[in-house]
Design a protein around this ligand. Structure first.
Ligand code: TAP
Length: 781
């Protein structure tokens, strides 16, 4: 049967553009703000000009930030209920104007009207309703938190309205004000949205939209009065932003690229899986961050599956995105089309077999056919790089173990899709795959109630769900002391500056602890340790980059701790508390030698024992959640360990701070590389005795000593370190170097009173020690 044409009328959107004389300005302080220069925004399906859009320079960005700052106090002073009412009004108004939004989005982006009408716009609406609810619940659900301030948000062109909603809704709900920049190719729905906010009566300056290219984004990133950057886009730009914001104290969330695996087991419902692939890679022309672009098929069914898939691929309809019966629309821009074609050609040159849809493409506009590349190798460029187009690469596997190895052989970790009629097998694979989202027998499921975001070079942070709310919140002042408060061990820290001069020769220097064994520093150097009166008490090993390498290797290859269940970890951690209790006397001597009074030493040790017990208790209680998504099935938010965490300990309370950071990381199943306090590393180095007698598997905890500043760079830059917490060393250096593999960072410029339970322990630590994986499983036939 042939399809007829079912075109949607563009008139509504064209009229809206005409009302603006096809020339769009910025939206600042509740009104239109004239831009100096304008660039063309074209319809990718026809190449025709839709409107001229303003280019924001530094002055315009400053203007927007000023308006956002001015609006902040009143916006924050509103009750959660009052702010929720605005979000609710915005949701209602988008719904009322949904046809206009859908048509404008399709004209501007080239995506099929069916998708903008049925997916993009409803999901945007859903985000505002969902977060209207969070605004209402803010005080009771996040009592210790408050808004960050002015949020700078930068979004890509593939889901312009949806990405905008994912960013703006939580920022407004939490009481932040906003400066947002849409992508250069697709600014129009963001400007229509600004108009909707005007209609909703949103106070002036709460939302500011500046349009422009990457340079506008750079001005936002670098603006000193912007306290939070939320970025969605490519990994290279995300990496630059990480470096540009290093040491600035800006909170950062990065939603970056992906190369998600689509795993088809031999027992899968193959016809359903074929439809899954269509949705995974040909939805939105494959310009989807979480696109299932790497197909992994079990060898036994690979030929049959490829045949079915190719047959289906030839039936896809490609053409005018305004046609309601079209499957695939236009690619965003001729440059992106060229990039796709070049990468595909490179794949073919490297030996891939090219299968392409035989559908006739429109003679004008920017189109690329659905493509399948088989006979590729795991290291091929087309397998490793994000193509961001309708191109699927396919490989085969024999065993589930091999499927996991292939799936994880990527620098990205955004999503994965697993197809099997054996739910035990699928649920076994889901935690093994390194990804922020796993879809079982489904794909591309998204909802405001479930967090979305990746691991590895797909970035960090989540959008949606309770987990997404924390991205726009910070702890209330008073919870932490500021830098101004004096550290207790000031004298020792001053002394330490002199004492890191290496001392030749080794004696009874306390050793470092690597891979379950005591280890001498690779360089053979030690440095002098003084007490708080400045008297020399002993020497400690001066670790170097080779010691870092050894410690990270030990942590990365030792998997036993992460494979233990929560109950087993809990037993070991209670055992650690017990063993520390047995050694109270030795640790007290160390602390007294350092300069503590006997009473201070006893208090610190007693609190350390309690803290170990506190996190032992949390091992089996920091549960995930079943999110209430509109699906006949479940979306499980699981708390997963991050992997290898490098932790730089502060100088104050040298035993307690060490344990306060070690214990939550261990409780959640991470392996750690601890860098002891430079000034007084002895209690941390002594702790190996507790570890050795408490059944902690070798490699789980590695302890280095030396100059933290020198160890910071190799640790922060190491590709096998997944997160770094810096309570001692320079935040700027750590954050800058962390951009290598986009590891998560937790740097604290505030001094903490480690003896205080509300500062030295709590769920903040557990959140830093985990990442949320959302696993979606529909049920029913
Ligand atoms: P990018 O080139 O990274 O652009 C994203 C946004 O950043 C655009 O608004 C862009 O402006 C701006 N930008 C460019 N250079 C900048 C700089 N130096 N400083 C600040 N801002 C800068 O990405 P794209 O090509 O638009 O989008 C595709 C990428 O986004 C893919 O990698 C895709 O996987 C990723 N993506 C990820 C997700 C999630 S949730 N993980 C969702 C959607 C897309 P211009 O457009 O004006 O250049």
């Amino acid at each position: 049967m042939e399809y007829g044409k079912a075109p949607e009328s563009p008139d509504l959107a064209l009229e809206w553009l005409a009302q603006h004389n096809n020339k769009m300005d910025h939206f600042i302080d509740g009104d239109w703000y004239q831009g100096k220069d304008h660039f063309a925004s074209n319809n990718p399906a026809t190449g025709q000009l839709l409107a001229k859009v303003a280019q924001a320079d530094e002055k315009t960005v400053n203007q927007a930030v000023k308006a956002a700052e001015k609006a902040l106090p009143k916006w924050q002073a509103l009750s959660g209920h009052e702010r929720g009412q605005f979000l609710y009004a915005i949701a209602r108004l988008i719904q009322k104007n949904s046809r206009l939004f859908a048509v404008l989005e399709t004209l501007d982006n080239g995506k099929p009207i069916r998708e903008s009408r049925d997916i993009d716009v409803p999901l945007a609406v859903r985000h505002f309703y969902h977060h209207a609810g969070w605004a209402q619940l803010l005080d009771t659900e996040f009592p210790e938190h408050q808004a960050i301030g002015v949020a700078g948000q930068i979004i890509p062109w593939n889901f312009p309205l949806m990405m905008l909603a994912w960013k703006i809704a939580p920022a407004l709900a939490t009481g932040n004000t906003i400066v947002i920049k849409p992508a250069e190719f697709t600014s129009l729905t963001a400007l229509l949205f600004a108009e909707i906010c005007q209609q909703a009566g949103l106070p002036k300056g709460v939302l500011n939209v500046v349009t422009g290219d990457g340079s506008t984004g750079q001005h936002i990133v670098k603006h000193p009065d912007i306290k939070k950057i939320a970025f969605t886009g490519s990994t290279p730009v995300g990496r630059w932003i990480r470096q540009a914001t290093a040491g600035s104290g800006k909170k950062l969330s990065l939603e970056l690229g992906g190369k998600s695996a689509f795993i088809v087991c031999a027992d899968a419902d193959l016809d359903a899986a074929v439809e899954g692939v269509v949705d995974a890679i040909w939805f939105n022309q494959g310009q989807v961050c979480c696109a299932g672009s790497r197909l992994l098929v079990q060898e036994a069914v690979a030929t049959r599956f490829h045949q079915k898939l190719i047959t289906r691929m030839h039936k896809l309809r490609i053409g005018d995105p305004m046609d309601k019966s079209i499957d695939m629309g236009a690619i965003i821009d001729p440059r992106q089309q060229q990039k796709i074609a070049t990468l595909v050609q490179a794949g073919v040159d490297a030996g891939a077999c090219l299968n392409q849809s035989s559908a006739e493409l429109p003679s004008v506009g920017c189109f690329y056919p659905p493509t399948l590349l088989t006979d590729v190798s795991p290291s091929d460029q087309v397998v490793q790089d994000e193509i961001f187009g309708p191109v699927l690469v396919s490989m085969t596997f024999r065993t589930p173990c091999e499927a996991v190895a292939l799936a994880n052989n990527s620098r990205y970790g955004l999503a994965a899709s697993i197809w099997s009629e054996n739910i035990n097998m699928a649920m076994h694979l889901a935690p093994l795959v390194q990804a922020g989202i796993v879809w079982i027998n489904c794909t591309n499921m998204m909802d405001a109630a479930a967090g979305f975001g990746g691991v590895k070079e797909s970035g960090f942070g989540r959008e949606g769900g309770k987990e997404g709310m924390y991205e726009y919140l910070t702890l209330k002042p008073g919870k932490l002391k500021s830098n101004a408060s004096k550290t207790k061990n000031k004298a020792a820290i001053k002394q330490q500056a002199k004492s890191t001069e290496p001392v030749q020769g080794m004696d009874k220097t306390p050793k470092m602890f690597v891979g379950g064994k005591q280890a001498r520093p690779d360089g053979g150097y030690s440095y002098a340790i003084h007490n708080t009166k400045g008297q020399l008490i002993t020497h400690a090993g001066l670790g170097n980059r080779k010691d870092v390498r050894n410690a990270v290797e030990a942590a990365a290859t030792s998997k036993a701790w992460s494979q233990m269940n929560a109950y087993q970890r809990q037993q070991v951690m209670y055992f650690m508390a017990e063993n520390l209790s047995y050694r109270k006397g030795e640790f007290a001597d160390r602390l007294v030698a350092f300069g503590h009074s006997k009473k201070q030493a006893e208090t610190e040790i007693e609190t350390s024992i309690q803290r170990l017990s506190y996190y032992a208790a949390w091992c089996d209680k920091y549960d995930g959640q079943i999110h209430s998504v509109p699906l006949r099935g479940v979306a499980m938010a699981m708390h997963e360990p991050i992997g290898v965490i490098a932790i730089q300990c502060p100088d104050d309370a040298p035993l307690l701070s060490f344990i306060s950071l070690l214990a939550p990381a261990m409780a959640m199943g991470n392996r750690v590389v601890m860098t002891a306090s430079t000034a007084f590393p002895l209690p941390a180095l002594d702790f190996y005795q507790v570890l050795n007698t408490s059944d902690v598997p070798a490699g789980t905890v590695n302890i280095l000593s030396g100059n933290q500043q020198e160890l910071a760079k190799p640790l922060a830059g190491h590709m096998n370190v997944d997160a770094i917490w810096a309570f001692g060393a320079d935040a700027e250096l750590i954050e800058h170097e962390s951009a290598t593999n986009l590891k998560r960072t937790w740097t604290s410029s505030n001094h903490r009173d480690w003896l205080e339970a509300n500062q030295g322990q709590g769920q903040e630590y557990l959140r830093q020690a985990t990442q949320v994986k959302n696993i979606w499983t529909p049920y029913g036939e």
